[in-house]
Design a protein around this ligand. Structure first.
Ligand code: SRM
Ligand code: SF4
Length: 562
């Protein structure tokens, strides 16, 4: 035993009886809409967060009322794939059991509900279960939703990659019976339970995995804790180039924190992938920082020990020979909108969903449109890591009907600019407790203004990855965007530039605490120079770095703040 005082969450986990805590008692307490304080940390492992509507906070405080507590629940949907029947259930649950009635697609290929009252948590989780969906480990200090390239174009390889994402997700789930007991009235386990991989204090911090299929890096593989880049021979998966140590979160003004792109661990044959994943996880479990939560992600563990030492440990724990990285190349990152045909002759229609919000708005009945699509669609739906949706696996004969419905409800997105197609924003206000500035509610209007500037300089057709978050936690991966806006205070953002289009270099701050006018003025000048002096096919981020306008961030611990 050491005398070191661990972070408070470590004691909450240790005392939780494998994630049960007093959640059940809290659900029975009808005096408050909240859970008991410690349980709000444990609830994350069950997939939900306690929140309150920040727009109403001051008013409720003035009336001496407790905040209007409600819950955000995130589902676990490996690879983002669900059936039309499941979508109809997801939609019905939103209408019947949440206050706002809508659905939010996330940057990690799943969906969230906001505004769930405490009394509706259990019926909601039970309704998901009836649809073979769950929220186990969607949040918390465990492996979360596993991402996978969702575009089933190179059909066979994608199917295999998707199967791996499901397997990884299943194999790395916590083993406690707590979820079944609390939410699904499962039989109570009275002893002998254990968490063989995680241990009773789970991981020091959240953990994220993605599977990519080159040349598409839509899952932003290098921003993940652990990444599997599919390697194929003759169209068949033979293994993965594995990456470790990526992550985005940082704290304003704290130079000990930084976003970091993952290092290459090496090539691993596919039959060894699960063992390697487990070894990476247990290494992080044992080596990760349990004192300082903000330094507890695996990116800091890899940074501290170095990739060579980390690799040796993983090889030893797994007994797997980790080979040299096999050649591969990423060329695209965003989603491929419109129709694409797979190698098996099935069609896939990618639809743009502004900030991932599935909700009817004037001129765009997105929620109704998807309901109608789900009623006739015979393939599946695929949520993308850019908060969009693919109506996947459509037979040639059904194409026309699917397209007609998408057009009827205004979700075909025919007039999207390249900038918009490559843009995402996080949720932020009013539900996110950590938001410092608007994101989802302001981003569409901001994108219009940036588009106007690009058009003014004749570069409106240039695809640029632009992302906005309401705080430095990085939920829309803004530091991996060519234009990143990170909330600093109401109406104020730090502007980050110079990341690579393909996600292989992060950005650097060029303007601190700017308002809209200052940010647009900064971009205006840069777009002008870009239009005049760019090289053929040069991307915006690369141009800024080549011309020295922005210093390249090659090693983030050294360059991001320096
Ligand atoms: Fe996130 C915390 C939303 C993807 C880094 N994130 C939060 C919370 C739960 C706020 C909180 O802790 O109270 C946000 C809930 C807002 C709301 O009202 O819904 C939130 N994060 C989201 C989502 C919904 C953003 C979106 O607009 O889609 C994404 C859900 C993904 C999912 O389905 O699992 C989401 N979050 C991310 C990503 C992107 C990714 O994983 O690819 C990141 C950066 C990558 C990374 O993890 O490094 C990210 N979220 C964070 C962090 C910073 C962690 C850190 O290393 O410091 C926090 C804060 C924390 O954990 O303390 C956070
Ligand atoms: Fe909330 Fe910040 Fe994440 Fe945006 S980036 S959802 S404001 S935690």
């Amino acid at each position: 035993m050491t005398d070191v005082k661990l972070h408070a969450n470590e004691y909450i986990k240790a005392d939780s009886n494998l994630l049960r805590g007093t959640i059940e008692e809290g659900l029975q307490n009808h005096i408050t809409g909240a859970l008991y304080v410690d349980d709000t940390q444990l609830s994350k492992f069950h997939g939900f967060y306690q929140q309150d509507d920040r727009d109403l906070r001051a008013e409720r405080q003035a009336q001496k009322l407790e905040p209007l507590h409600s819950f955000m629940l995130r589902a676990r949907v490996p690879g983002g794939v669900c059936s039309p029947e499941q979508w109809l259930d997801i939609d019905k649950i939103a209408s019947e059991l949440t206050m706002n009635g809508n659905i939010r697609l996330t940057t990690r290929q799943t969906f969230q509900y906001h505004g769930i009252l405490k009394r509706n948590l259990k019926p909601l989780i039970q309704a998901l279960d009836l649809s073979s969906l769950d929220s186990i480990a969607a949040c918390g200090d465990v492996n979360r939703n596993v991402m996978c390239n969702p575009n089933p174009v190179e059909s066979e390889l994608h199917t295999e990659a998707y199967e791996w994402s499901k397997l990884l997700s299943e194999q790395l789930l916590p083993r406690t019976n707590a979820y079944a007991e609390i939410w699904l009235d499962g039989e109570k386990v009275t002893g002998g339970e254990s968490e063989p991989m995680y241990g009773e204090t789970y991981l020091p911090r959240k953990f994220k995995i993605a599977v990519a299929v080159p040349p598409h890096n839509d899952v932003d593989i290098y921003t993940n804790c652990l990444g599997f880049i599919a390697v194929a021979e003759n169209g068949k998966l033979i293994g993965f180039n594995v990456t470790v140590g990526g992550g985005m979160g940082a704290t304003h003004g704290d130079t000990d924190t930084f976003p970091r792109l993952a290092d290459h661990l090496g090539f691993v044959a596919k039959e060894d992938a699960i063992e390697v994943a487990k070894a990476v996880i247990t290494t992080q479990r044992d080596w990760g920082n349990r004192v300082e939560r903000k330094l507890a992600r695996i990116k800091y563990t890899v940074q501290k020990h170095g990739i060579d030492k980390f690799r040796a440990e993983v090889a030893e724990r797994s007994g797997v020979t980790i080979g040299e990285v096999k050649p591969f190349e990423f060329t695209t990152r965003g989603d491929r909108f419109g129709w694409v045909k797979g190698t098996d002759d099935k069609w896939h229609l990618t639809l743009y969903i502004e900030c991932g919000r599935i909700k009817d708005v004037p001129g765009k009945e997105i929620q109704t449109g998807f309901r109608e699509l789900a009623k006739v669609h015979k393939g599946d739906f695929r949520m993308t890591s850019n908060q969009n949706m693919i109506v996947a696996n459509v037979a040639e004969a059904d194409k026309e009907q699917i397209e007609a419905i998408a057009r009827q409800y205004g979700i075909l997105g025919e007039r999207l600019t390249p900038l918009r197609k490559h843009s995402i924003a996080c949720v932020s206000l009013p539900t996110c407790a950590l938001g410092m500035a608007e994101a989802e509610r302001y981003f569409p209007e901001f994108t219009d203004k940036v588009d106007e500037l690009l058009t003014k300089h004749g570069v409106g057709e240039q695809p640029i990855v632009m992302r906005m978050t309401g705080c430095p936690n990085g939920c829309a991966r803004p530091y991996a965007a060519e234009i990143g806006l990170v909330g600093k205070g109401p109406g104020r953002y730090n502007l980050y530039l110079g990341a690579a289009f393909d996600g292989t270099r992060i950005s650097k701050m060029v303007l601190e605490n700017g308002n809209e006018t200052e940010i647009l003025a900064d971009l205006d000048g840069r777009f002008e120079r870009f239009s005049k002096t760019r090289q053929e096919n040069e991307n915006f981020g690369d141009f800024l770095v080549r011309t020295g306008e922005v210093k390249a961030v090659n090693a983030s611990a050294r360059d991001f703040h320096g």
